[in-house]
Design a protein around this ligand. Structure first.
Ligand SMILES: NC(=O)c1ccc[n+]([C@@H]2O[C@H](COP(=O)([O-])OP(=O)(O)OC[C@H]3O[C@@H](n4cnc5c(N)ncnc54)[C@H](O)[C@@H]3O)[C@@H](O)[C@H]2O)c1
Ligand SMILES: O=c1ccn([C@@H]2O[C@H](COP(=O)(O)OP(=O)(O)O[C@H]3O[C@H](CO)[C@@H](O)[C@H](O)[C@H]3O)[C@@H](O)[C@H]2O)c(=O)[nH]1
Length: 445
């Protein structure tokens, strides 16, 4: 099929490149001419494992990028909207979605053939039916249904694993205003075989996305609250607790070949220093606000956000338990990205941890394999020393605070063993073997 994807951020570019790799003819559209130029040269504007390679395989053949939305819509059968939907504190900001809907509607006025417009951005339930559809109708002077189709197809990819998630998704949700819209959207995804596909309304598709993210965020805050209680009670390790809980077959099913799905970090019931990123915090807050407007306060989700806001402080509390005076303490912060596999620092727990330590007078060295540059900008007026190598960050540290679960940090016990004096290690992700580190403490211990 011929597909245009509007917005070339994490979701738009990954979707465009993967759909191209699956054999579709894709035109990516962005208002940012720099991004468009980079994409056409085969260079991804964002860091995502495997994206550059897949882009280079497809660009100039199955995929091209442009700033010309009009031409892109006229020359394709289907347009996917993948622009940002930031949360402004009380509602999600639909400015970019509305702008793009208006622009696509204007083009549809001059397009004689049927076209399907699909919202992929995360939008609160009702947005596609009540906001996007009327804008498309009024800008085109046409009627949704007979003249053009409207669909909603939420995206579930995780940053750092985006290509894998898109190419082999757990499920594909096909929302649409009518059978024809859903059928065409289904055709786009017919190249994804052996994947559960759910056909539904746009409003339900939107709600599935928010519910999925809210559930995962709830599981994390739940694990973190239990972890903090383990710390307060003493003599209990949350890792053992969660393993015991997870052995319930309802949580770790036994597969038909007899193997059991074991608890792992990705199970979302592992305690840590809090969830960050561009999705969980924003989406949970947006659903809370949407609930309030509907007269349905979301008390559980309010607590999920409160627990998460407080969780980075738990690292400071643990540090102070061992070193009550943090003033002038030499502290290494390991990991700045909100999770491994990305240079994205949005809502990363590392940011409030560094801020608190600076206020307490600590001397900070910070290290991340790829997220140093964006963090440098945020702390440019501070005395934080940014290190290019892990060894450099820890060489004279009195304390180490591990914030991001980068695989590279599993080498820490060996590196520490070579140091003349052993620093205290506060493990915010419980990724190190506590028996292998001389002075160890961590979340939920
Ligand atoms: N980042 C994720 O992991 C993820 C995963 C699933 C869903 N989502 C959702 O997908 C949506 C997009 O997220 P993102 O992280 O890709 O956003 P992003 O901010 O990385 O990218 C948005 C892109 O849209 C472009 N844009 C803005 N206005 C435009 C216009 N009028 N025409 C063309 N391009 C325009 C911007 O220049 C930018 O490149 C959001 O609703 C987000 O919640 C994100
Ligand atoms: O057991 C866990 C798992 C994750 N996290 C943290 O949770 C945050 C989010 O992690 P992850 O879910 O891996 O990354 P995202 O890229 O934010 O992906 C989430 O948000 C996307 C955007 O909506 C969805 O598409 C994905 O399905 C959903 O997992 C990160 O800070 C992680 O460190 C934990 O603290 N404990």
């Amino acid at each position: 099929m011929k597909v245009s994807v509007v917005g070339t951020g994490y979701v738009g570019l990954v979707s465009g490149v993967c759909l191209a790799a699956k054999g579709h003819q894709v035109t990516c559209v962005d208002i940012d001419a720099d991004k468009v130029s980079k994409i056409n040269q085969g260079m991804s504007p964002i860091y995502e494992e495997g994206l550059d390679e897949l882009l280079q395989q497809t660009v100039g053949q199955q995929l091209k990028a442009t700033t010309d939305l009009r031409q892109a819509v006229l020359s394709t059968d289907l347009s996917i909207i993948a622009v940002g939907t930031p949360f402004d504190g009380s509602v999600i900001d639909l400015r970019y979605i509305k702008e793009v809907a208006e622009q696509i509607g204007t083009v549809l006025k001059d397009k004689p053939s049927y076209h399907l417009v699909v919202v992929k951005s995360t939008v609160v339930p009702g947005t596609t039916d009540d906001i996007v559809r009327p804008i498309l109708e009024s800008a085109s002077g046409k009627q949704a249904g007979p003249d053009f189709g409207v669909g909603m197809n939420p995206e579930f990819l995780k940053e750092g694993e985006a290509i894998k998630d898109f190419m082999a998704p757990d499920r594909i949700v096909l929302g649409g205003i009518d059978a024809r819209s859903i059928q065409l959207l289904g055709e786009l995804y017919s190249v994804f075989e052996d994947v559960d596909k759910l056909e539904t309304s746009c409003k339900t598709a939107e709600m599935i996305k928010y519910t999925a993210n809210s559930l995962l965020a709830t599981m994390i805050s739940f694990a973190n609250e239990i972890g903090n209680l383990c710390t307060a009670l003493g003599g209990i390790d949350v890792v053992d607790v969660m393993e015991g809980v997870h052995l319930d077959k309802r949580l770790s099913p036994i597969l038909s070949d007899g193997t059991r799905i074991r608890p792992s970090f990705t199970s979302y019931i592992e305690a840590g220093c809090g969830f960050g990123g561009s999705c969980f915090p924003k989406d949970v807050k947006a659903l809370i606000a949407h609930g309030k407007r509907a007269g349905e306060p979301m008390q559980l989700l309010e607590s999920v956000i409160r627990v998460n806001l407080e969780q980075p402080n738990q690292l400071i509390r643990l540090l102070k338990k061992h070193s009550p005076d943090v003033n002038n303490l030499r502290v290494a912060i390991l990991g700045l990205a909100f999770k491994p596999g990305t240079d994205d620092i949005r809502e990363s727990p590392a940011l409030p941890v560094m801020q608190s330590l600076l206020e307490l007078g600590a001397q900070i060295k910070a290290y991340d394999p790829i997220a140093l540059e964006p963090t440098k900008d945020l702390f440019k007026d501070s005395a934080v020393v940014f290190c290019d190598r892990l060894e450099q960050a820890i060489d004279d540290a009195q304390a180490i605070v591990l914030v991001t679960r980068w695989p590279e940090f599993s080498a820490l016990p060996d590196l520490l063993a070579k140091l003349p004096a052993q620093p205290l290690v506060i493990d915010g992700r419980r990724m190190l073997d506590k028996e292998n580190v001389a002075r160890y403490d961590g979340i939920g211990l």
